[in-house]
Design a protein around this ligand. Structure first.
Ligand SMILES: *Cc1c(COP(=O)(O)O)cnc(C)c1O
Length: 378
């Protein structure tokens, strides 16, 4: 007997939109002011209230990281410590400034940056460290800040996965040096594409506000009044990185729904933990889902013979899976033959498998996924 085709596909991730977002976009289209104006200002205001500190919106998370680094004065000849196990966006944002991303190893239990490993990679040129809040967890963030303080490094947090996560009772972005978020289609909240930088550093904020509008000084205030600058000065390299009203309108509605959506993500991750913990070959990340709002749900599978085949078998059951991430130190652009080895990253990578997680997934879906995964591992 040939197995029947599963009737629905359980997607790895997806945008989760309600009629509110659709109506908000229609409102912007009706007003015929699509660029950066009052909706962006309102979204920044709402985000600033959410974080308890100023937020500047940009066109995506990669741009947020790029501008944060540039505003901290990082560029040609500088080095930035960053885990190899991250999306290539973190590396590209660093190399876009002219600086060199220095690939670091991770902690096995959380896949977050290991500052003790980073310490061995310090040089005279090291200017910053970029912890990546893998899957939504922050790992030993206090240890990373203490390490950065000892060595006079800026801390640029790649918090693309961690929108809403709390650390010691405080929201990521609400404390520390500089945090960068992504609102791409599948992140914890979306504005279509989009991102923001959150910091208390007034100089960094003002540099980013100008740099996102091609360096046109004080253009942000003008645009929030429905105007723009006709005569101006430019003193630094800028980029076309501002957010549009269409994006901000989506983001504003998503932010209103965030408490529901984040609760769903947390509930689903707890369900996964419950069903998978204790399995002899499946290892879950060490996360407290009362504090962490998970962006992805990752497991490590020991004695994995062929991950491709496992993924194909799950797909045949209607379950889409992913791999977060192929390490960056193996990429042609970032390969460094002189670099110290990355033993944990190299041991963990072949074991990684990301299971579906998004705000429209149900507990029943999670039950099905876990049952099918375990069945494939016997
Ligand atoms: C999504 C993501 C980014 C970049 O965000 P974009 O909005 O896609 O540019 C950066 N770092 C990590 C770890 C991400 O997952």
């Amino acid at each position: 007997m040939t197995p029947s085709k599963p009737e629905k596909l359980i997607r790895l991730s997806k945008s989760c939109l309600s009629t509110a977002e659709k109506q908000a976009v229609m409102g912007v289209l009706d007003r015929e002011f699509l660029g950066m104006g009052v909706e962006v200002q309102q979204f920044e205001q709402a985000l600033s209230e959410f974080f308890g500190r100023p937020a500047v919106c940009v066109t995506n998370g990669t741009a947020a990281v790029h501008l944060a680094l540039q505003a901290c004065g990082i560029g040609q000849g500088d080095e930035v410590l960053v885990p190899s196990l991250t999306y290539v966006a973190s590396f590209q944002a660093i190399s876009a400034t002219g600086a060199k991303p220095v690939a670091c190893d991770i902690l096995r239990e959380t896949c977050n940056l290991d500052w003790r490993d980073a310490e061995h990679r310090l040089t005279q040129r090291t200017k910053a460290i970029m912890p990546v809040h893998y899957a939504g967890g922050v790992g030993d963030l206090d240890g990373i800040y203490a390490f950065a303080n000892r060595h006079g490094l800026r801390v640029i947090e790649d918090a693309a996965h961690a929108f809403g996560t709390k650390h010691m009772g405080k929201r990521v972005g609400g404390f520390g040096d500089v945090a960068c978020f992504s609102f791409d289609g599948i992140k914890n909240i979306t504005s279509g594409e989009g991102g923001c930088v959150v910091t208390d550093d007034a100089l960094v904020l003002s540099k980013i506000r100008d740099a996102r509008l091609l360096g046109v000084e004080k253009d942000t205030e003008k645009r929030y009044m429905g105007q723009r600058s006709w005569e101006f000065d430019v003193t630094a390299q800028g980029w076309r990185y501002h957010m549009s009203n269409i994006m901000a309108a989506i983001g504003l509605e998503q932010l209103k729904r965030f408490s529901d959506m984040s609760f769903t993500r947390q509930r689903l991750a707890r369900r996964y933990d419950e069903l998978l913990r204790g399995h002899s070959r499946i290892h879950t990340l060490s996360m407290d889902y009362d504090a962490v709002v998970p962006h992805i749900y990752v497991v490590c599978i020991s004695a994995m013979r062929d991950r491709n085949i496992l993924q194909q078998q799950l797909m045949a059951q209607g379950i889409q899976t992913g791999i977060h991430y192929q390490p960056n130190h193996v990429l042609s652009l970032y390969r460094d033959p002189q670099a110290l080895p990355l033993p944990v990253t190299e041991a963990v990578f072949p074991e990684l498998l990301t299971l579906p997680l998004h705000a429209d997934l149900t507990e029943q879906d999670v039950d099905t996924i876990c049952m099918q995964l375990k069945a494939q591992l016997t």
